[in-house]
Write a protein that binds this ligand. Sequence first.
Ligand code: NAP
Length: 486
Amino acid sequence: MSERSTGIVIIGSGFAGLGMAVQLKRNGFDDFVILEKSEALGGTWHDNTYPGCACDVPSHMYSFSFELNPRWSRMFAPQPEIRAYLERTADKYRVREHIRFGTAVEGMEYDEERRVWQLALAGGAVLTARAVVSGVGALHIPSFPDLPGIERFQGTAFHSAEWDHSYDFTGKRVAVIGTGASAIQFVPKLAERVEHLALFQRTPPWVQPKPDRAIAPPVRKVLEKVPGAPRAVRNLIYWTLEARAVGFTIDPRLSGPQERLARWHLRRQIPDPELRAKVTPDYTIGCKRVLLSNDYYPALTRPNVEVETGGVAEVRENSIVTRDGREYEVDAIVYGTGFKVVDAMADWRVVGRGGLKIQEAWADGVQAHHGTTIPGFPNFFMMLGPNTGLGHNSVVFMIETQIQHVLSLLRLLQERGAETVEPRPEAMRAYNERLHRRLRRAVWNEGGCDSWYLDANGVNRTLWPGHTFEFWAGSRNARPEDYVLT
Ligand code: NAP
């Protein structure tokens, strides 16, 4: 077992890890490494390569504020372009040389005597660090449904985040399980190629038109040449998205116009009343992520596509049987069934001060101070930690706010000549009480749906309850009185 030492370890090289790395560098903290389990950078934008994969937040907003890109080819850029943007950013700010690829962190434990974190890496090596920033995000461990007989299936089966590009879907009979943000992007692409597509829907999503269009080269030229133009476009998108979210952030009763838009879209794109009834949600819009698509509903109207709502009773060697006894012979199953979110955090092997396991710290539910720090876990900072997710705007904005928060804590350590920082339990409790008081009345709890936003007790552990500028105002600078410095 070899042991090496470094200042700060960043886990993951997606938007969170790269953003943190760039800002560390710009602020004079050069002694850091990024540990990336894959062989390439990009995080979720490296893993997800399914056909049709694209951003569902406008790209001028879904990008770093310090690295605006006037050359986005579309309003909602496709995955390869977003990945290329992250690659370019890593090169421009010279953070690639800090990345160790193919290095998975299996667990980490705080050494109280030496005031360092010991990170156990896959393969047996140990890395010692003064501070750890987790940039692993919430959406990287595929979740497979617990369907009886799933292991018996003899055909090809994979998850949308692990797309098998060697499999030729042409002329095949395919089952897709799930109708979430990923599935609605790849279903239209698959439908064009397969002989038959059976789409297993458990809960229909609310779908609105996607205001997507190519950005014409002359417009891109203007954005490149006119100083301030990309910033102005970004600001316009930011405030439009915030304005549309009043139903989520203030009161679900304000969501009427959003629901009417979705119903209009549905009526316009699905003329058949029977199919329309099948895919009409029965819960308040916003309770689950509102999806944007112009080609999802048209794909469902194709003669080779069937929407199955009967529920899966069993998977057999070459078929799927529904609860009402229908059997679909299939060559392949694609799982668009999302990611392990709350459980994934609870599975972490992170041990803090005094042998405190993160699961013990979270016995009453997953929580953190400003979604970033936890009492008992000195110098451990989480990007997109508990209650920092969004349904209405770009999470890159939340990540950048958290980066400012972490930088303010690192500066505090320097100013006070201290070695470690962790939040006071009472400060974290007060922060979370306020947050959860607000969440109790929100659409994610009141909207009549179940979602991965909620934990086993029905408590929302994933989303920020308000406008993103509220998070920015309250969290970008840490309040020194909330922390214990050692
Ligand atoms: P998801 O939104 O969690 O959707 C999973 C789908 O699988 C849901 O329709 C769910 O049904 C269904 N499902 C899960 N378990 C099932 C079971 N046992 N039996 C039947 N159906 C089952 O996952 P996702 O589509 O991968 O998206 C996850 C998140 O990734 C999104 O919310 C979004 O934040 C992000 N994302 C973003 C983009 C983007 O463009 N930026 C694209 C894709 C994903 P129920 O609704 O009934 O649970």
